[in-house]
Design a protein around this ligand. Structure first.
Ligand code: GDG
Length: 748
């Protein structure tokens, strides 16, 4: 057993302590057949970034990387605890389905735009959920009140949601290291909703570049119908921060290694080996996202078109072994090797191998020496979240050493790596455009020293400024800000929970008579795509019946719907109904009454205007009511619907100014109704009949419900679903939570 180095002090159990979770721990465990085990430190970019947190102590939760037999788990966990590591053990089946199945074969390809490689099974998804739940439970077992938790990457997308559910007091951040694709791609994921909801459990979600953040927000809109601002998504009454944090590299670590004598020795050997030949360097893990085949095609064409470069230019391609137990990766490796073999056969000659290929990991000193020596570092992935090789190369070019302290090389970078957005002075290429890549490669090889210096100076400044410790510190600071803002908004929104809810229940128990004024859609029942789909469930009907059975209690549904809907759904229940925004109403078991003497001549004019826009905007429809017309655009393309609805609203305001109508813009609906008819009028009449200091509860979710709130006495309890309005006492996150509260009311 070897020692794993500690990355902080002993596990801190104080408030505000930091817990980090990633799929892999920064140690790799191997277990032999006799049950003996060994741990090897594996220091990736993340470990280096976290080292940059300085004195900040943290506990790291993750998978040790192999199946650990039950008999030695205790020993392993005890040993790891000494280094503040907390293992999450996985069985062979879990490793297969959670890690290979969903992480590597669903999320990895889809988020990198490789939709044809997406594999998804329900069985694997269930295991992904279970393993994410186990990560969350492990975190919960060590979390203190107010602990900060930082979850890393696509393996753990559900963990924030599980944590939020169990412990709303935790400060939770999530960082995605790989791309987040356009919503058109993302929505192919069978578990698209669950993954978004899982992520939205966080207070703060970070991405490498703005494009990924933008795609995430548009997926929240397209998949979950959630509105957002550029830096936050509103979800269940919370504000989830969204930020852009391009990760950097361990600047000090690379610079130190570069200055070590061992590196200088390797550099001398390499200089002897390559002499005056120019070196194009490629370093990537074996993966289809990395674009190595396209790179080889470009290099082949360079040699084909420029015979003078044969013998002069070498492509040194390092491919770090990865996921080889998977046939797809094994076949990619074979394909690349065959390509290289053919290319070398075509252009090689004694003493010259055009493509030198290493399929192995290389020593860190060797790597920095190669970065220093290379004339071109060719980083041309098809998609890459960031790509650290590009940054490492830039950094290692700037040494003052036996090579004269001059830059020798330049970076050729794919537009499709996140790095392209932080290193715009690199030579950028679209790897699919082979001809242009070849031209860019020539430009790289022939670049005048002054241009190289100018570009590299600028890139070095950029890479130094993005140092990874700074990245980690800044992310955690923003996470703390987002959590603080979210808590503050939550406090101000006065969410109905715990002691406050108990107080309301107590008042209900003690006060008579009682009147409950309940909006329906979006308040008692979740909003759905078409109004017909929103029929009440048995749960809702039983709930309303049980509420109405309470002594001295009136239950009113106060809805904008057509009376026919309310009749069909509720006329057999012992409750009062108000339809069409207060235009019609009925008591239990009675007939409908309605407001008389209204001028309704405008209806035909408005119907013509609405049918024109309904023809123009697919998916929209008109709902006709006796004294109102509603134009619903919930089923239309969301952006287009919002745009056309705004236009329609101002057109109606203008064209109907002289008519006796009110125009209301509700939740994806524009409604034109007879002036002065509102839910408020109905509520006012009901309350006039009630004695002073009755218990009045009023619940809504929409702007049209504000007419009700305006009529309430000061001691009424008003609850709004969603974000707080100034005119209600409380908010609640969702119709489901509203039903939960009303059920407790029915059971007092
Ligand atoms: C994910 C995202 C994002 C590679 N071979 C050797 C070696 N390496 C080191 C490199 C570099 C790292 O591995 C590779 O980092 P990348 O960024 O290229 O890619 P992923 O591992 O796929 O990482 C990626 C990253 O997360 C960070 O957020 O940039 O887009 O896919 O540091 O130097 N190091 C040594 N020998 C090798 O053979 N010593």
């Amino acid at each position: 057993m070897t020692e794993a180095s500690s990355h902080g002090g002993p596990a801190a159990a104080s408030a505000g302590n930091l817990i980090l979770a990633s799929n892999r721990l920064p140690v790799s465990l191997s277990v032999d057949e006799q049950g003996g085990w060994q741990a090897r430190k594996s220091s990736g970019g993340l470990a280096a970034a976290l080292a940059g947190l300085g004195d900040e102590r943290f506990v790291w939760v993750g998978w040790p990387g192999c199946v650990v037999p039950a008999e030695i788990r205790r020993d392993v966990a005890d040993w790891m605890a000494r280094s503040d590591l907390v293992p999450v053990f996985l069985s062979a089946e879990e490793e297969e389905l959670y890690y290979h199945g969903i992480s590597n074969h669903s999320l990895w390809p889809l988020l990198h735009y490789f939709t044809d490689k997406l594999e998804f099974t329900e069985e694997a998804w269930q295991v992904y959920c279970e393993v994410n739940r186990r990560f969350a439970e492990t975190i919960l077992s060590i979390a203190e009140p107010g602990s900060r938790v930082w979850i890393q990457d696509f393996h753990l997308t559900l963990v924030p949601g599980f944590l939020r559910e169990a412990r709303p007091d935790l400060e939770i951040g999530f960082f995605l290291h790989i791309p987040f694709p356009s919503s058109e791609i993302y929505r192919q994921l069978p578990a698209r909703e669950e993954v978004l909801r899982g992520l939205l459990g966080a207070d703060y979600i970070g991405f490498h570049i703005h494009d990924y953040a933008r795609h995430f927000r548009s997926s929240c809109l397209r998949v979950l119908g959630l509105e957002s601002e550029h830096d936050a998504v509103s979800y269940e009454g919370r504000r989830v921060g969204v930020g852009v944090h391009p990760i950097g590299v361990d600047v000090a670590g690379f610079e130190e290694r570069l200055a070590e004598p061992k590196t200088a020795d390797i550099l001398q050997d390499l200089l002897q080996r390559y002499g005056n030949r120019r070196l194009i360097l490629g370093v990537e893990r074996l993966d289809y996202t990395k674009g190595v085949r396209l790179k080889l095609q470009a290099f082949e064409r360079l040699l084909a078109q420029n015979p003078e470069l044969r013998g002069e230019v070498v492509l040194l391609q390092i491919i770090v072994p990865s996921r080889l137990d998977n046939p797809e990766y094994a076949s990619l490796k074979r394909e690349l090797e065959e390509y290289i073999g053919r290319l070398n056969g075509l252009y090689g000659k004694p003493g010259y191998t055009p493509v030198e290929y290493l399929h192995r990991s290389i020593d860190p000193h060797q790597l920095v020496a190669l970065y220093r020596l290379a004339n071109v570092c060719m980083v041309t992935p098809i998609r890459d979240g960031m790509n650290l090789v590009a940054q490492e190369f830039v950094l290692c070019q700037q040494a003052h050493d036996s090579l004269g302290g001059e830059y020798r090389g330049i970076l050729l970078l794919s537009e499709f790596a996140g790095a392209a957005q932080v290193l715009p002075r690199a030579l950028l290429a679209n790897p699919w455009n082979i001809e242009h890549t070849v031209e860019t490669l020539r430009h790289a090889l022939e670049m005048p020293a002054a241009e190289r210096r100018d570009r590299m100076d600028s890139m070095v400044r950029q890479v130094r400024g993005m140092e990874c410790g700074h990245w980690a510190r800044l992310f955690l600071a923003r996470q703390a800000d987002a959590a603080r803002q979210s808590r503050e908004a939550h406090r101000q929104s006065r969410v109905l929970r715990g002691a406050v809810e108990a107080e309301v229940l107590e008042r209900f128990r003690e006060t008579r008579p009682r009147v409950l004024l309940l909006d329906y859609d979006g308040t008692l029942r979740e909003l759905v795509r078409t109004p017909e789909e929103a029929a009440p469930t048995d749960e809702i009907r039983t709930l309303l019946t049980d509420l109405a059975k309470q002594p001295d209690t009136q239950v009113h549904i106060v809805s904008g719907r057509h009376r026919a809907d309310l009749d069909a759904w509720f006329s057999d229940l012992p409750i009062h109904l108000s339809a069409e925004h207060g235009f019609a109403w009925k008591e239990p078991g009675q007939d409908w009454s309605e407001i008389h003497g209204r001028d309704l001549d405008w209806i035909d004019v408005v119907a013509t205007m609405l049918s024109k826009i309904t023809d123009e905007v697919p998916g929209t429809r008109i709902e006709r009511k006796p004294a109102a017309l509603a134009w619903h655009y919930r089923m239309a393309d969301l952006d287009y619907g919002v745009w056309r609805a705004r236009e329609l609203h101002s057109q109606l305001e203008h064209d109907l100014a002289h008519l006796p109508v009110d125009i209301l813009h509700g939740h994806r609906v524009i409604e034109v109704r007879s002036a002065g008819v509102s839910k408020g009028g109905y509520v006012g009449r009901v309350l006039d009949e009630m004695p002073k200091h009755s218990f009045v509860l009023c619940c809504g979710d929409d702007r049209t419900d504000r007419d009700m709130y305006a009529e309430l006495p000061v001691d009424a309890v008003s609850i709004h679903v969603g974000e707080r309005l100034d005119d209600t006492a409380f908010t609640i996150e969702s119709p489901a939570r509203m039903r939960g509260f009303l059920r407790r009311l029915a059971d007092v």
